[in-house]
Design a protein. Structure first.
Length: 632
């Protein structure tokens, strides 16, 4: 299958996914109650409206405040479409707005026009906002695939290259030395610099992928005036942008960051635009345009002449400011969908860097590809995959990423980072052997790291004998296991007591509690607030799903696997890449809670149980040997 045929098939599969996701959204909107949406993090209700204003992009923005369930982690972030509603009965307003940014329980939303503000202000009952179906992302992906299918020149060349056995072209020069990188990181940077077409940095957990990517970008900027850096999520864009700024690189971030603080905001396009010395003049012109429109007098023959004159001067000034901002920036950073922004129209780049490429649908990667000559993909296809809701599309190959495809067809373009700096070796070893052919090694400084002497780095608490099984609590919301949730905190409390309260607080030993099921996460959060023992430690404990912990690490990780039934059904725990993420978040201690009789019917969990058992036997043997020596 050539590139055009393959991308045509991708488009058909994407259309199938679009239809399924839109139907799921329609059904959930009609059938799911407001309280359930709030608990899922997909809605805020009730809301309090705050001030409204025109932002620096001349968009009408309104602040809204969440007044209930403020402890629930939500799914609102920059760029996501939302719709407002009122209850008793539930009625949705007829327009879609867009999230600008979220800061705690305050959210700024961009309205399509001033008439919509009046609609909101006229509402009588309590107002709410919920996530809407994301038409924009699909529209951008369809357009990107169409462009790639029709593509000529460099875009057509990359399309045909990625779907053929043709070797990617490279430059030839001696290796450069980077003393602050390890050998595989150094090799990865050199391979990026040599690549004419494509290079892949494969970074298993804790191997310093971001450090390597930042160095590769820095070295590329020694040879090119500007590069484009993208990622699937806003959080990943924020992370790489922050690291680049720390290295003194001028980054222009399109879109608002997920963490609203001065450091992050300082390199956003919107904040830079506002800080430009010519912005006050532009703001005055825009205000004059709004005033002229709102106070138009009948029979004013010069109205259009005045309006066009003001608009012309404002446009000229805006172009001037943008030209300076983009001219000064060395890195333009945005999400993959964000690379379709009108501000980038007509811009070309030598190199595109895509971080977390293994989490992005292939169609999304083609959005920025039309702007570049070569592409560098970084990520780990053995960790979180892209989300695909259509089973038929998934089975037909929509979930296979561009990174996976190139890894299979062009292994010569891939550099595997092999030295990890996060985990105790015994925590790391199972993941290394199962997912990476045993090639990943622990750096000497973390190899034996632990919290307690003679501690067991990995424990699996078998919950088979615990009273209570999994419970299904609603379509698309998931499962809970109440007995396992209680045991999770009993186990953590016992471990805390071994460490000691003062040491936990003094050394800020942090803990992550992970469950693959969102419903179990909500249950665990409620239990944490009820348990008096953990009150002094709540700031040290984070509870989230596997996806929520992607890219993070903690001293101690506790995993509640939930599934416990007589049929051996484990649902999406069969997605082993998610399990790889979960077990590799721990630096020094990993505690797994799960029903062995249910889980070990699957070969992965059986091997994990056997690995833990073999390791425990070795620890006991070593302890016995030490005791014998002391006795002698």
């Amino acid at each position: 299958m050539n590139g055009i045929q393959a991308l045509t098939q991708q488009r058909l599969l994407l259309q199938l996914e679009y239809n399924v996701e839109k139907e799921v959204f329609r059904r959930q909107t009609e059938e799911t109650g407001i309280e359930r949406k709030v608990k899922r993090g997909d809605a805020w209700w009730p809301l309090r409206l705050g001030r409204s204003y025109y932002n620096s992009m001349n968009q009408l923005a309104i602040e809204v405040y969440r007044e209930a369930d403020t402890d629930i982690e939500h799914n609102f972030e920059f760029g996501r479409p939302v719709m407002f509603f009122e209850v008793n009965p539930v009625r949705y307003l007829s327009f879609t707005a867009t999230v600008s940014y979220v800061d705690g329980d305050r959210m700024v939303i961009i309205l399509p026009d001033s008439g919509r503000l009046l609609d909101l202000q006229r509402m009588n009952g309590p107002l709410g906002v919920q996530l809407s179906f994301d038409e924009t992302s699909y529209r951008c992906m369809f357009d990107a695939l169409d462009r790639a299918i029709r593509g000529k020149g460099r875009l057509g060349y990359l399309r045909d290259l990625f779907y053929s056995k043709q070797r990617a072209q490279t430059f030839s020069f001696e290796n450069m030395r980077f003393p602050y990188l390890n050998p595989t990181q150094e090799r990865a940077v050199n391979e990026v610099l040599r690549a004419k077409d494509v290079a892949i940095v494969h970074g298993p957990p804790g191997t310093g992928k971001t450090t390597t990517l930042v160095e590769a970008i820095r070295e590329t900027l020694m040879r090119e005036p500007q590069v484009l850096v993208c990622a699937q999520s806003n959080m990943a864009v924020d992370w790489i942008s922050e690291k680049l700024v720390d290295r003194g690189i001028n980054v222009l971030r399109l879109g608002n960051p997920t963490r609203v603080n001065d450091k992050m905001l300082s390199f956003t396009y919107e904040r830079r635009f506002e800080a430009h010395p010519d912005y006050p003049q532009l703001w005055s012109l825009r205000k004059a345009i709004r005033d002229l429109r709102s106070h138009r007098k009948r029979g004013d023959e010069k109205y259009h002449q005045k309006l066009e004159s003001l608009k012309s001067r404002a446009t000229e000034l805006e172009i001037h400011i943008n030209s300076e901002l983009f001219g000064e920036a060395r890195v333009i950073a945005c999400t993959l969908v964000g690379s379709a922004h009108r501000l980038l129209d007509g811009m070309k780049f030598g190199t595109l860097f895509i971080d977390e490429a293994a989490q992005a649908l292939e169609a999304a990667c083609w959005i920025p590809m039309r702007r570049v000559s070569r592409v560098v993909l970084a990520g780990d296809h053995c960790q979180l995959p892209p989300t695909v809701k259509s089973i038929a599309a998934l089975k037909a190959g929509l979930g296979k990423t561009l990174m996976e495809r190139i890894v299979e067809t062009k292994p010569e373009t891939v550099t595997l980072l092999k030295m990890q700096y996060r985990m105790n070796e015994d925590i790391m070893r199972f993941s290394s052997d199962y997912f990476y052919g045993g090639q990943v090694e622990a750096a000497p400084e973390v190899k034996f790291r632990s919290i307690l002497d003679l501690d067991t780095p990995i424990e699996w608490k078998d919950t088979y004998s615990v009273e209570g099984k999994e419970e299904f609590i609603g379509e698309s919301f998931g499962r809970i296991n109440k007995a396992e949730a209680e045991l999770t905190f009993d186990t953590l409390q016992a471990y805390f007591e071994r460490i000691g309260k003062q040491r936990l607080l003094d050394e800020h030993i942090d803990v992550g509690i992970i469950s693959p099921y969102r419903a179990q996460v909500q249950l665990l959060r409620r239990l944490l607030m009820k348990r008096e023992y953990f009150k002094p430690f709540r700031r040290l404990i984070t509870i989230n799903t596997v996806d929520g912990f992607q890219g993070q690490e903690r001293d101690v990780i506790v995993i509640s696997l939930v599934r416990s039934n007589d049929d051996g059904q484990i649902g999406f725990l069969r997605d082993l890449r998610r399990m790889n993420v979960a077990i590799t978040r721990a630096r020094m201690k990993l505690i797994i809670l799960g029903d062995r009789h249910t889980l070990t019917r699957h070969p992965f969990f059986r091997q994990l149980w056997e690995y833990k058992s073999q390791f425990l036997f070795c620890v006991l043997l070593s302890f016995h040997y030490l005791c014998t020596l002391l006795y002698i």
